[in-house]
Structures are given as structure tokens and as C-alpha cells.
Design a protein around this ligand. Structure first.
Ligand code: SF4
Length: 350
């Protein structure tokens, strides 16, 4: 990694931005979280993946349960995918769990069961992006490499008054370059610095109401100096959203067992167990024996990252026989530990 040079060298020194962040983190940042007490890349990686899009308070229980089942990368790699998705159930964004599993398998097969020690190689593994790779390398191996997740983009864009549009690749790259030039000079400071940036973004420099009055880098912050920090970061492009209507067959046996199918490995809810999904009411009707009555339940919207799913549950009680398609009957004690899409679990529990 390039050394900090030029005007940013001071930022990387103890007197500048990095030093402030490091001192503040050690005195006031978040501490005592289970993944902070270790430099084991398996544990740090697991926590980083879980913390993407999920609150710390929710991750705590999942993290403990995962480690109980899979104490190391070999155990995770050897587990069946169903078990991994089942343990992930409720955390959402299941592609993270599928990638987690693939990544563990690659670490075992390609790297002999040891995580690579540098961000560049870590980044070649499934589900590990540039920022996550940098976090693992900084926390576990003291590599002087910058993280830049959504929270940190906000902090650095405000501190530097970075007005480039982050929807433009060239501008995003420029912010990466700035971030890299701001890391501490001493590798020993990298864990506290990296954690400090994450903590600042999560607890002080929040999206709508940055707490500038109690911010450790206030005197260095261009956004604060200009008087309108929330104008940063700039991002013009809005996420394109689409909508899709799906009909869910909630077929039940007299003893309460429900009919579930395993979803294909690609597309919505890939690899999860699910109520049979249809693109129309007619298609659903055709999958149930003609003599079986159907009851339409109230439709609802389930929001995915890029898509709104308009879900139409349809109930059917089957005295004998099964719906068409490849599935199986599951009793409540059998489906509870499975990896199920959140709205399907809600339907089954309701
Ligand atoms: Fe964010 Fe305000 Fe701190 Fe600047 S001074 S980093 S805007 S909280």
C-alpha cells in the first residue's frame, strides 16, 4: 500500500485526523463487542459479513450461535448449505449466507484453511468486497489499508468537504484515494482507527443529525466549517426499483404440516425453503387438486433491496394428496429451524 505523503501525511500522523480518531476510539468508541476481542480472521470476517445491513444488537445472538455450530472455517466449509441458511434465518439478505458458505469452502480448498493476510487477496473471495477485505486486513494483520463502507463514506466526505458525486465511479475512486491517504502511519494504530471510523459513522456522524458538538474531528471537518455537513455525501443516482406480484400457496395438511419447496440457487430467495411460488392465481390453482377449495388471504408488500414484492397468500387444506411440484410436508418442528424467507416465516407463524 502506498505510504501517506504530501498534504495528507499530517492526517496520517498522530497530530492529525487519524490520531484524533484513534485517541477517541480508545477512550470513547465502542468496545467489549465479542468480535473486538480477537484478531482471528474467521471471527472478524463472520462479524463483518453479519454487520452489513444488520444492527449490532441483532448480530450478537447470531454471531454466538454461528460460532457454537461452526467454531472455525473448516467446520463452516463442511456444513450442508441448508444448515447454514437455517442458522441465518431471520438475518435477511441471504446472499450473504450463501457467499459466507462458498467463501469458507474456498478458504479451505484454495488457501489450506487459512485466511489470506492481505486485503488484495481477501477481496478475491466470495462475498468479500474491498471495504470488508480492508477491515479484516486492518483488524487482524494491521495492514495500512482504508475501509470505505456507507457510514465511512459519509464521515470522510463531510470531513473533507468532498463534493464529487459518489454515483460516478471516478469520484468514488477519488474518495478511496483520499481515504487511503488518511490512514495512520503506524500499522499498530490500524485496528483502533478502523473501528473508530465505523463508530463515528454509526454513533456521531449520523445521516440526518450529525453530532458535531461532540465530534472528535470537528476542528478538522470541512462540512462542519461550511455550516451544512448534511449536504455531503453527494449521490445523484437513485436505486432503480421494480415490482413483482407473486402468489404463495400455503397448503396445509389436517395435522398442520405445510408443503414447502426448495427454491432454485438463483433468483428471489435462492436456496431457501419456501411456500410454492406462482406468477398468477391461475397457475397456483392448477397446482392444487381441483376439488380442494382455496382461500385468498390479505395480500401484502415485502420490500427487497431493488424490488417490491406484492405477495398474495392463498390457503388450501388438503385431506390427502399433495400439491404438484417438488416439495415435501414439514411439521412445525421440522420447518422452524429451516432457512425460510422472512415473509414466509411470518405467514407460517401467524
Ligand atoms: Fe460529522 Fe460533524 Fe464530525 Fe464533521 S464534525 S465528522 S459533520 S459529526
Amino acid at each position: 500500500m502506498p505510504a501517506a505523503t504530501g498534504p495528507d501525511a499530517q492526517a496520517g500522523g498522530l497530530g492529525g485526523f487519524a490520531g484524533q480518531v484513534v485517541r477517541w476510539q480508545r477512550a470513547h468508541g465502542r468496545s467489549g463487542l465479542p468480535w473486538q476481542a480477537t484478531q482471528d480472521p474467521y471471527r472478524v470476517w463472520l462479524s463483518e459479513i453479519m454487520l452489513q445491513q444488520t444492527q449490532v444488537s441483532t448480530v450478537l445472538a447470531y454471531y454466538a450461535r454461528f460460532l457454537e455450530h461452526f467454531p472455525d472455517v473448516n467446520a463452516l466449509a463442511a456444513a450442508p448449505q441448508d444448515e447454514v441458511l437455517g442458522l441465518w434465518s431471520g438475518l435477511g439478505y441471504y446472499s450473504r449466507a450463501r457467499n459466507l458458505h462458498h467463501c469458507a469452502q474456498q478458504v479451505v480448498q484454495v488457501h489450506g484453511g487459512r485466511f489470506p493476510r492481505d486485503a488484495a487477496t481477501l477481496q478475491t473471495l466470495p462475498g468479500i468486497g474491498r471495504s470488508t477485505a480492508a477491515a479484516i486486513a486492518a483488524f487482524c494483520f494491521g495492514e495500512r489499508t482504508a475501509i470505505l463502507d456507507g457510514n465511512v463514506k459519509r464521515v470522510l466526505a463531510r470531513v473533507r468537504g468532498f463534493a464529487g458525486d459518489l454515483a460516478v465511479v471516478r469520484e468514488e475512486r477519488a474518495l478511496w484515494d483520499l481515504a487511503q491517504a488518511m490512514v495512520p502511519a503506524d500499522p499498530a494504530d490500524m485496528p483502533a482507527y478502523t473501528q473508530g471510523l465505523m463508530d463515528l459513522g454509526a454513533t456521531v456522524c449520523t445521516v440526518r443529525a450529525p453530532g458535531c458538538a461532540s465530534c472528535p474531528v470537528q476542528s478538522l471537518c470541512a462540512g462542519h466549517r461550511e455550516g451544512e455537513p448534511t449536504r455531503y455525501p453527494v449521490r445523484t443516482r437513485k436505486l432503480k426499483r421494480s415490482a413483482q406480484s407473486l402468489w404463495l400457496l400455503q397448503a396445509q395438511r389436517a395435522d398442520g404440516a405445510v408443503w414447502l419447496e426448495k427454491r432454485p440457487q438463483k433468483g428471489v430467495w435462492a436456496g431457501l425453503y419456501c411456500l410454492p411460488v406462482f406468477e398468477s392465481h391461475e397457475a397456483l390453482r392448477a397446482a392444487v387438486p381441483a376439488h380442494v377449495g382455496l382461500e385468498d388471504a390479505a395480500p401484502f408488500v415485502h420490500v427487497l433491496t431493488h424490488k417490491d414484492l406484492h405477495l398474495h397468500p392463498v390457503r388450501a387444506v388438503l385431506g390427502s394428496g399433495s400439491p404438484a411440484g417438488e416439495g415435501a410436508w414439514f411439521t412445525a418442528s421440522e420447518w422452524t429451524p429451516l432457512g425460510l424467507p422472512a415473509p414466509v416465516r411470518k405467514l407460517l407463524e401467524g
